[in-house]
Design a protein around this ligand. Structure first.
Ligand SMILES: NC(=O)c1ccc[n+]([C@@H]2O[C@H](COP(=O)([O-])OP(=O)(O)OC[C@H]3O[C@@H](n4cnc5c(N)ncnc54)[C@H](O)[C@@H]3O)[C@@H](O)[C@H]2O)c1
Ligand SMILES: [Zn+2]
Length: 377
């Protein structure tokens, strides 16, 4: 196939390009090399450039909000993996115009250009996110599986971090979150991601282009920006530790997430692109294994061999959820996809790579910004 990857120079996109090239596909990449992600100099990263040199990748530097760029990028393409996006949850709350513009209008433009010749496309894959779930699923001893609403400010202000049963107020046990859990939008970013899903699916049904939205959980691994304070927690902690600073942990550190290595995520995208036409809808891309934020800091420090203790700040961020770990069953069933990398193996891969890159720690500045907006309490 000839596959267009938007966001091809990004963290996940560059790994998708690697795997597509390796599987013999022709790849077109488009990316505007956003300075927040790539730094002010923003050359094409070497690991992407090498595919251009080898004649395996046509790379276009440009914005997905620019019609001429999108039209050129789509020339001769059979399938699209749409990964370009603005990706900071906190930042989206004070830049809602930018986030809706890139994520929603940007995808609108890609689809509009595809609509000129819809029969040509055999697949549209879009990157969605676990952030659309809000709180994960829980089980109450009395009420079974429940989907509690976002935590209430009064309890958070008292440092009561865990989520009570909405029916009886008892303590809950977190369970795996499946695709049918009712969604909750606690950020502009999450709203844009859900809108991207709906746009893809609606468009796909209307034009007969099988569309698949992949709900990535917490992705980590090599090439994640170590200088963007709005990326994932593993990269942020890594950047803190490399600069001799303590990782900052909100709440008490026992909140849990589902960390999936970028090589596994890239494989899910390739499987989605290659899937047969019947596969459409939305699926989790996750491991099903809970890891706490405290564990991320501890395992990273241990494997890096540094003695820096994380700083548990006891404060909380607006819209943060307590537990959300994905149910991987559907992706296994429809894509035959299963995450293979253990958390320890994955962190070692991240550490190995980080030795060769500079990490600018901009966490304090981003925290100050969130504080000014009243988004950290
Ligand atoms: N990293 C995660 O944990 C995670 C989790 C869930 C979903 N996702 C989704 O996966 C996708 C890829 O994310 P990532 O982690 O690789 O982020 P990233 O920032 O590394 O990659 C995104 C790429 O898109 C490019 N880009 C941004 N705006 C653009 C524009 N207007 N035009 C062209 N290119 C533009 C950036 O330069 C960057 O290279 C995104 O859609 C994101 O929402 C990521
Ligand atoms: Zn109950």
């Amino acid at each position: 196939m000839r596959v267009l990857v938007t966001g091809a120079a990004g963290f996940i996109g560059s790994h998708v390009v690697d795997q597509l090239v390796e599987r013999g596909h022709e790849v077109v990449g488009v990316d505007n090399l956003d300075p927040q992600v790539h730094g002010a100099r923003s050359d094409l990263p070497k690991y992407v450039e090498r595919h251009v040199q080898a004649g395996r990748l046509d790379f276009l530097r440009g914005d997905i909000r620019d019609r001429a760029t999108v039209a050129r990028a789509l020339a001769g393409v059979d399938a699209v993996a749409h990964l370009a996006a603005a990706i900071g949850v906190g930042q989206s709350m004070y830049e809602p115009f930018y986030y809706t513009d890139v994520n929603v209008a940007g995808q609108g433009l890609v689809l509009e250009e595809m609509a000129r010749e819809p029969k040509r496309f055999r697949r549209f894959v879009v990157a969605s996110s676990m952030s659309i779930y809000g709180e994960g699923a829980y089980r109450c001893r009395e009420h079974g599986v429940v989907a509690p609403p976002p935590r209430d400010e009064v309890r958070l202000a008292r440092g009561e971090w865990e989520v009570p049963c909405p029916a009886c107020g008892r303590a809950l046990e977190p369970v795996l979150t499946a695709e049918d859990k009712p969604l909750q939008f606690t950020s502009v970013y999450a709203i844009t991601k859900k809108t991207q899903e709906e746009l893809a699916l609606c468009f796909g049904r209307a034009y007969g282009i099988p569309a698949l939205a992949l709900r990535f959980f917490n992705v980590y691994g090599s090439r994640q920006s170590l200088s963007n304070p709005y990326t994932g927690v593993a990269a942020i902690f890594m950047s803190r530790l490399k600069n001799g600073h303590a990782p900052l942990i909100f709440e008490d550190g026992r909140q849990s997430r589902d960390f999936i290595h970028v090589s596994d995520v890239a494989e899910s995208v390739v499987r989605a692109l290659e899937a047969d036409a019947a596969v459409a809808g939305a699926a989790n891309v996750c491991t099903g294994r809970p890891v706490t934020i405290r564990q991320v800091a501890d395992v990273l420090a241990e494997r890096l061999g540094v003695a820096v203790q994380p700083q548990v700040v006891g404060r909380y961020r607006a819209g943060d959820t307590r537990h959300c770990v994905g149910d991987p069953s559907l992706a296994r069933q429809v894509l035959g996809f299963e995450a293979r990398t253990s958390f320890e193996q994955g962190l070692d891969e991240l550490i190995g790579w980080s030795a060769s890159v500079e990490a600018h720690d901009r966490v304090e500045a981003s925290l100050a910004q969130l504080e000014r907006q009243g988004l950290v309490k």
